[in-house]
Each structure stands twice: as structure tokens, then as C-alpha cells.
Design a protein around this ligand. Structure first.
Ligand code: NAD
Length: 549
């Protein structure tokens, strides 16, 4: 545990830190280090005399230098590494810098650049962060959790690295994803970084390239599966419940089958969330609701084809059905408005090895039809891509859609950019600018279905409300709140600009708190308003005075 304590005067809100650390130890503790901004008094008291250049700088002056250094790096991966190094050295400076350059730096910190950082993890490794729980250490999980840096944890992001973005099994390197996600929780949601914990569950990898790489840092065996895997996850969850019972547990980038099973198993036992399924579906459904407003039509009158029936695809389907049900539709009828296509073509009741969660969307006829055939037969008005198959939405397919619908709604959501099912410029050209588009990867001038619009607000709301669980109704309220933040007007983007990610998170958090109250699962007192509840947990990057203990 860290040798420091953060104090807060309840009347004035003034915060300060007391620590027993001195000299070099203090300078190398990223949450306490202020570098050249340590005041003279702090330098005198905390064993820092002579350890820093004489000039005492402000945080603003430090930011100017850091930004100059950042801009000198030519490649996005170098910029990503620079920011992570800064994060490892001075957390306040890092957050203040990235908050000032949010739009420029979110893609560098998170998708698409984090994909490269994950792939290069074992080669670029410099410093560990978070916790690494290997399968062979399953009987030491509690000891590992006790080794965490921050005693109080309000949020954990955990991955097993089986399905990272659209780049597949990345083994232990996937730790970079929880690290990046937690940065976004703090940047957009104002979650206190002292209360965050990234974890990777290292159950091996099936990635041959990694297994053969002499520098690979993870466990060198094939992925553990079946009962052994489930028991490992069970031990992990029970240890979290025992040591950090009020912690919000976010699952990230698990394989298709495990992601859903794990969420279904635990969502009524603790406050938990899967961003690939739930975060994605909140953003996508919200963009779809806005598209409905733009076209002046209803969700229920749409024919929706989803290409890629995995975690994100079926998660989106489920949420669209919830939306239709909230708008008065019969569930069975709503399910049949969606057509799922996977590797074996259209999913029908006789498709072999249909997964239980795909079953509600299986149609009676048309087994194995290709996307092209489905477009010809079904004439979808909405086409969503979650397949990680770059270029799958071909000119022929898109032109066909444009021939029978005046405003084709097309969301190529796959990441990273090379995996996108289509490029917005092409979609616009093939539809004479009539397509309503939202993408997964960032493209200039187009709405990005960036989960940064959903999970930071959901997390902030859950933490502020001290919610016991996260329900479908709460997610629906998040969808509506996000749609409410999208600018009105006939031709604007279907989601707010990324520059408004913080305001969006705040509005989503308010909706989550109100909804948790209605569900009777909020842990805060009734006389605390949602705004106050948020204020009580919001964290801002500035230097707190540090005193000697
Ligand atoms: P997943 O592995 O769970 O699902 C992918 C599905 O696509 C699988 O069911 C797979 O069988 C199917 N597929 C593969 N090749 C296919 C083909 N040729 N034809 C039809 N189907 C095919 O992965 P996921 O978590 O659902 O993510 C899928 C993609 O969506 C990734 O690229 C991911 O980055 C992206 N994604 C985007 C967002 C967002 O935009 N906010 C959020 C989550 C995921």
C-alpha cells in the first residue's frame, strides 16, 4: 500500500496529502510527484533540497513543456509511449495535459493507437502497472489483490486479452486496454485515479506469434478453457467481493463466448458491466435513435442487419430490442426485425452451433445467405458492422441499399481503422451523400460510436450512486441521456463531438443515478441530490499541498 493519505476538509472541500516519503522516493511516486512544481516549503520539509532545479514552476508552465515534448514525437505509437511514461512519472501533470488536449489525445491514448501498443507490449515494456494475475497463481489471488497500490478501489477494469479490439488474442499485452480505459474514466468521467485498478487475467494465449516470441512476457501455454477457466473466474470474483465489496467491476475484451456468460452469471451478484456489449450498445442505440429523428421515422419500422454476431453485434441487437420494447413493441416481434450474419452467413434456426444468445434472432429461412444476398432479399434500412472484416460493406451492397431507401443508415463499427467495414467517404460517394453514418474508428467529420460517450458516465453514475447493480433500465436511461446531448438539426453528426465527452459523461451519470434510485438499488441517502452525489466523488487534476508525516 502507498505511504500517503489524502485528507479533505468537509467544510471547505480543501484537500491535502500527508506522506512519510522523502526525497527520491517521493519524486518517483507518480501520484505525489510534482517535479519542478514542489514549493519551497515542500522542498524544505520533504527532503527535496538540491534534488530539483531552483526554479519553481506552476502546473501550467509544466504543461507547456510537456506538450512541446509530446509534439516532437513523429509517430502515434511514440506519442502513446510518451504519454504513458508521463503517466508513470507525474499523474497530475498527465491528466491536466490530456484534459487540455482531449480530442487530440483520446485516439492516441485509446483506440486506435492503443491497439499498436498492445501488440508491442512485450517489446516496449518498461514499467508494470496494475495487477497481473496468472492462472498458475489462482490460489494466491487474495494475496495479489492485497498487493495493490491503492487501498480504496472504486473501479476495476479487467481483461483476459482474448479478443482485443479487432486484433484478436493478445495475451498479457492486453493490460494496456484496462490502463487506457481507466485513463478515460478519469479524463471524461472525473473518476479519482487513486481509486482505480487495471487487472489482466493471464490464462495463456492461442496467438502462435506471441508463444514463439522470446520476448513475450505472458504465460507460454494455450488458453485455459472450460471448467478450469470458469473456476478461475469464480475465484477472482469471490476475491474481489471479499476484499473490495463496493467496487464496480468492468469486463473488457473477453472472447465472445466468455464475455456474455460471465456477465450473465455475475450481473445480479455485484455491480458489473461489460463495455464491449453494454457500453457499445448504449452508444450505437443512441446514434440510431438520433438517426430515427433525422429521418422522421420509428425504430420499429426498420429492418436492421448486423454483420458480425459476436459480443458487440448481439449486445447491440439486445439493446435495440430493449429500445423497441420501451417504445411499446412486443419483444418477439422486435427480435424478428433484426437479421444477424456471421461467418456462416445469415443465422437461422437450423444454423449449426448457434450460441444461446444468438438464438432469439435466428430466422426461419435463408440459412447461410451472404450479406449481399440478405441485402437483396431483406432490403435493410439499417446496416451495422461488428465483424472486424475490413471493406465488407462493398460498393455493390451500399449502392443496392441506396436504391430502395432514401437515407441508408450505415454504421461500420469495427476497429482499428483497417478493419472498418467501409470508409465514410466511400459510403457518402456511393449514396450521393444520403447515408447517415457512425463509425467505430475516428474519421474526420463523422460521428464516432466512441464508447467514451458511455462507460465514463455509466461508471461515474454507479460510483456516485453507490449502486448495487447495473440494470437494463439504467442502460436505457443512459441511451436517452446521450441522445439528449446530440446536437439537433437535419444533417449534423449522430453523436456529440468528442470535445463534449465530459459534459456527456455528467449527463449520463445523472441519468444512471436517477434510474438507480427508481430501481431501489442506490446506496446513497434520499436527501442527497444526484448533482451533489456526483460532486462528492468528482476528481480534478491539480496539485494538493503535501505535508510531512
Ligand atoms: P467478437 O469476436 O465477439 O465478434 C466478431 C464476430 O464477427 C464473430 O462472431 C465472428 O464470427 C464474426 N465474423 C468474423 N468474420 C466474419 C465474416 N467474414 N463474416 C461475418 N461475420 C464474421 O468481437 P466484438 O467484440 O463483437 O468486436 C467486433 C468488432 O467491433 C471489433 O473490430 C471491435 O473493435 C468493434 N467494436 C467497436 C465498438 C465501437 O465502435 N464502439 C465497440 C465494440 C467493438
Amino acid at each position: 500500500m502507498l505511504k500517503y493519505e489524502l485528507y479533505r476538509n468537509p467544510n471547505t472541500g480543501e484537500e491535502w496529502i500527508e506522506t512519510a516519503l522523502r526525497g527520491k522516493e517521493l519524486l518517483t511516486t507518480y501520484l505525489l510527484n510534482k517535479g519542478t512544481a514542489f514549493t519551497q516549503q515542500e522542498r524544505d520539509e520533504l527532503g527535496l533540497l538540491g534534488k530539483l532545479p531552483a526554479r519553481i514552476e506552476t502546473l501550467e508552465e509544466q504543461i507547456k513543456r510537456a506538450y512541446r515534448q509530446y509534439r516532437k514525437y513523429k509517430s502515434d505509437l511514440q506519442k502513446h509511449i510518451y504519454l504513458n511514461n508521463l503517466h508513470d512519472k507525474n499523474e497530475i501533470l498527465f491528466y491536466k495535459l490530456v484534459n487540455e488536449h482531449l480530442v487530440e489525445m483520446i485516439p492516441i491514448i485509446y483506440t486506435p493507437v492503443v491497439g499498436k501498443a498492445v501488440q508491442q507490449f512485450s517489446r516496449e515494456f518498461r514499467q508494470p502497472r496494475g495487477l497481473y494475475i496468472a492462472f498458475q497463481d489462482q490460489d494466491k489471488i487474495e494475496l495479489i489483490l492485497e498487493n495493490r497500490t491503492h487501498p480504496e478501489v472504486s473501479i476495476i477494469v479487467v481483461t483476459d486479452g482474448e479478443r482485443v479490439l479487432g486484433i484478436g488474442d493478445q495475451g498479457v499485452g492486453a493490460i494496456n486496454i484496462p490502463i487506457a480505459k481507466l485513463m478515460l474514466y478519469t479524463m471524461c468521467g472525473g473518476i479519482n485515479p487513486y481509486h482505480t485498478l487495471p487487472i489482466v487475467l493471464d490464462v495463456g494465449t492461442n496467438n502462435e506469434k506471441l508463444l514463439k516470441d522470446p520476448l513475450y512476457l505472458g504465460c507460454r501455454h494455450p488458453r485455459i478453457k472450460g471448467k478450469e477457466y470458469d473456476q478461475f473466474i469464480e475465484k477472482f470474483v469471490r476475491a474481489i467481493q471479499k476484499h473490495m465489496p463496493n467496487t464496480f467491476l468492468h469486463w473488457e475484451d473477453f472472447g465472445r463466448d466468455n464475455a456474455r456468460r460471465i456477465l450473465e452469471r455475475y450481473r445480479k451478484q455485484l455491480c458489473t458491466f461489460n463495455d464491449d456489449m453494454q457500453g457499445t450498445s448504449v452508444v450505437t442505440t443512441s446514434a440510431l435513435l438520433t438517426a430515427m429523428e433525422r429521418v422522421g421515422t420509428e425504430l420499429l419500422s426498420q429492418r436492421i442487419v448486423i454483420f458480425g454476431a459476436g459480443t458487440a453485434g448481439v449486445g447491440i441487437a439486445d439493446n435495440i430490442v430493449e429500445a423497441m420494447v420501451h417504445q411499446g413493441a412486443d419483444r418477439k416481434h422486435a427480435e424478428q426485425k433484426i437479421w444477424l450474419i456471421d461467418r456462416l452467413g445469415l443465422l437461422t434456426k437450423d444454423t449449426p452451433d448457434l450460441l444461446p444468445f444468438q438464438l432469439p434472432y435466428a430466422h426461419d429461412t435463408g440459412r447461410g445467405m451472404s450479406l449481399e444476398q440478405v441485402v437483396l432479399e431483406v432490403k435493410p434500412t439499417v446496416l451495422i458492422g461488428c465483424s472486424a472484416v475490413g471493406g465488407a460493406f462493398t460498393e455493390q451492397i451500399v449502392r443496392k441499399m441506396a436504391s430502395y431507401t432514401s437515407r441508408p443508415i450505415i454504421f461500420p463499427l469495427s476497429n482499428p481503422t483497417a478493419q472498418s467495414e467501409a470508409i465514410p467517404a466511400q459510403l457518402l460517394a456511393w449514396t450521393e451523400n444520403r447515408a447517415l453514418i457512425a463509425t467505430g474508428s475516428p474519421f474526420e467529420g463523422v460521428a464516432q460510436c466512441n464508447n467514451a460517450f458511455s462507460f465514463p458516465g455509466v461508471g461515474l453514475g454507479l460510483i456516485a450512486a453507490r449502486a448495487r447493480y447495473l440494470t437494463d433500465n439504467m442502460l436505457w436511461s443512459a441511451c436517452l441521456a446521450l441522445s439528449g446531448c446530440t446536437p439537433k438539426g437535419a444533417n449534423g453528426p449522430l453523436l456529440p463531438p468528442l470535445s463534449e465527452a465530459r459534459e456527456v459523461a455528467y449527463r449520463v451519470a445523472l441519468a444512471i443515478i436517477e434510474s438507480a434510485r427508481k430501481e431501489g438499488i442506490a446506496g446513497i441517502k434520499d436527501n442527497i441530490s444526484a448533482e451533489e452525489a456526483i460532486k462528492n466523488v468528482l476528481w480534478e487534476p491539480y496539485y494538493r499541498p503535501i505535508r510531512a508525516k
